[in-house]
Design a protein around this ligand. Structure first.
Ligand SMILES: [Ca+2]
Length: 432
C-alpha cells in the first residue's frame, strides 16, 4: 500500500511531468489523438472543405474607459453595459462609444479574502441579470474565494438586488443561492446564464489541481465538472432554489439533480444559441487538446477519461460525447468559449460560433450544422496576440464584444471590410 502522502507526491510528480511533456510547443499530443490523426490545425467531425470566413478585428468599444482584469460583459434593457472585474467589482455605464464615465455598480471586495486573490482563476467570475431585471432588479453573480479569515476555498452563487430608484445596490440584499467547496484554487468555472426556459445555468470546473485527482469528472455525486440547471424563482427542500422536473438526473440516488451535463474539465464560458437552441461551451484542456462542445441534456463530455478526442485515464464509453472541434498546443493552451453571432451589423458572421484562445490570442469561427451534426468549417478569423481574451459578451442587439483581460479594454468584434470570402492568414498577427 502506498500512503496517502506518498501517493499525492507521486500524483504531483506525474502531473508536473505531464504538464512539462504537454507544454506549449510540444508535439507529443500527436500520440494521444486516438484517431492517429494530427491535430496541428483545427478539426471537427466530417469537416468539409470550409467555405472561407471573413477576418475580424477588435475595435476598442469604449476608448475613454479602462478596467482592471475584466472577465465578463453584458447589457441591460436600458442599454447600459456592465463589466465584471475579477477582483470583485462590477461597473455600469451607458453603452455608447463616447461614454466617459463609469459608475461602480457592485463592490464585493469585502466578501473576499483581505489578501489579494491567491489563484489567478479565483475572484468574481460571473454575472447574469434576471430575465425580469427591469421589474425586480435581481442579478446573480458567482465569486470563488476563501472566506475572509478562512483557509477554505469555496464558490458562492448569490443574488443581489439593484434599486433603480436610487441607482445602487445594497450589499445587504445578498441572498446566497448555492455554496460549493473548492478543493483547489483553479478550475472554478464559472458562467451564469439564463436560458429561454427561465432556468439558471451555471458551470463548475473539476475542482482544480491537475489530472482531476479526486475523479470529479465522472462522478455524478459532485457538482464539480458540470453544467447545472436550476430554478431560482422557487425554493424547496431547504434549498434556495428548486430542481426543474425535467432535469436529466432527477430521481436517481447516484446523481445530483442539479446536473445538466458533466465530464467537463472547466467549462468557463458557455452560451445558448437563440436560433438553434444549442448550448455551446469551450472546455479547457490539460496536456494536449482544447475543445468546443455542444452540450446536450445529460451529456457526458468525457473528462477525465478523455481529453478531447484523446485517451486520458481510460477508454471511451458509449455515452461519452466528443467535442465538435478541438485544437492542439501549437495553437493555444486555454480556450475561451464564445457566442454564435446573431447580431445585425456583421452579416458575414451570421450563425458562426466565435471563440478564442486566451493565451495565443487566436480567434476562430466555427460553422456547425447542429441538426445534422456536421461541421461546415472552422477557421482562423484573427490573431489578437497580447490581449488575453477572458470572455466574449453580447449587447442587447447580440453584437459581439471581447474582454481584454490584460489590457483592460472591452472590444467590439467586427468584420474587416473586404475580407468576406477570403481566407485569413494564419501567420498574421494583429497589432493592438
Ligand atoms: Ca471533453
Amino acid at each position: 500500500m502506498i500512503g496517502k502522502g506518498k501517493r499525492m507526491r507521486i500524483l504531483v510528480l506525474l502531473g508536473v511531468l505531464a504538464l512539462s511533456l504537454g507544454g506549449v510547443g510540444s508535439h507529443l499530443y500527436l500520440y494521444y489523438t486516438g484517431k492517429g490523426g494530427l491535430v496541428d490545425w483545427l478539426r471537427g467531425p466530417d469537416a468539409a472543405d470550409p467555405g472561407p470566413m471573413p477576418e475580424v478585428r477588435l475595435v476598442n468599444a469604449y476608448p475613454n474607459l479602462k478596467f482592471d482584469l475584466p472577465l465578463f460583459y453584458c447589457t441591460d434593457h436600458t442599454n447600459h453595459a456592465y463589466v465584471v472585474e475579477q477582483d470583485g467589482r462590477i461597473w455600469r455605464f451607458k453603452n455608447d462609444p463616447d461614454v466617459t464615465e463609469k459608475k461602480l455598480f457592485l463592490d464585493i471586495v469585502s466578501r473576499m479574502d483581505t489578501r489579494r486573490r491567491r489563484n489567478n482563476e479565483e475572484g468574481l467570475l460571473a454575472l447574469a441579470l434576471h430575465p425580469k431585471f427591469a421589474d425586480n432588479g435581481y442579478f446573480f453573480i458567482h465569486y470563488s474565494m476563501p472566506a475572509a479569515g478562512s483557509k477554505n476555498r469555496r464558490g458562492v452563487t448569490s443574488r443581489f438586488t439593484y434599486d433603480f430608484k436610487v441607482d445602487s445596490v445594497n450589499l445587504a440584499t445578498e441572498k446566497i443561492i448555492m455554496e460549493i467547496d473548492q478543493p483547489y484554487g483553479n478550475h472554478n468555472g464559472c458562467m451564469l446564464l439564463f436560458g429561454a426556459d427561465g432556468y439558471l445555468y451555471s458551470s463548475f470546473g473539476d475542482g482544480g489541481a491537475a489530472n482531476d485527482p479526486h475523479g470529479h469528472g465522472q462522478n455524478l455525486k459532485t457538482l464539480l465538472s458540470t453544467i447545472l440547471r436550476f430554478d431560482i424563482n422557487k425554493e424547496e427542500n431547504g434549498r434556495a432554489y428548486a430542481i426543474p422536473a425535467d432535469n436529466p438526473f432527477v430521481g436517481r440516488d447516484d446523481a445530483c439533480p442539479e446536473i445538466w451535463a458533466y465530464g467537463l474539465r472547466n467549462a468557463w464560458r458557455f452560451t445558448i444559441d437563440p436560433v438553434t437552441g444549442a448550448m455551446w461551451t469551450g472546455d479547457v484542456g490539460q496536456n494536449s487538446l482544447e475543445e468546443i462542445d455542444i452540450v446536450v441534456k445529460g451529456g457526458n463530455y468525457g473528462w477525465n477519461t478523455r481529453e478531447g478526442t484523446a485517451k486520458f485515464r481510460g477508454d471511451k464509453t458509449p455515452d461519452m460525447i466528443d467535442p465538435v472541434a478541438e485544437y492542439g498546443r501549437k495553437l493555444g493552451v486555454s480556450v475561451t468559449g464564445g457566442y454564435v453571432y446573431r447580431g445585425k451589423k456583421q452579416p458575414d458572421l451570421e450563425g458562426i460560433y466565435v471563440y478564442a484562445d486566451y493565451a495565443s490570442g487566436r480567434i476562430w469561427g466555427l460553422k456547425y450544422d447542429v441538426a445534422n451534426k456536421k461541421s461546415l468549417g472552422n477557421e482562423l478569423l484573427a490573431h489578437a496576440a497580447g490581449i488575453y481574451i477572458s470572455s466574449f459578451g453580447e449587447d442587447n442587439d447580440r453584437e459581439l464584444y471581447a474582454c481584454g483581460h490584460r489590457d483592460g479594454k472591452i472590444y467590439r468584434v467586427e468584420v474587416v471590410p473586404g475580407t468576406a470570402g477570403k481566407k485569413a492568414d494564419p501567420d498574421k498577427e494583429e497589432e493592438f
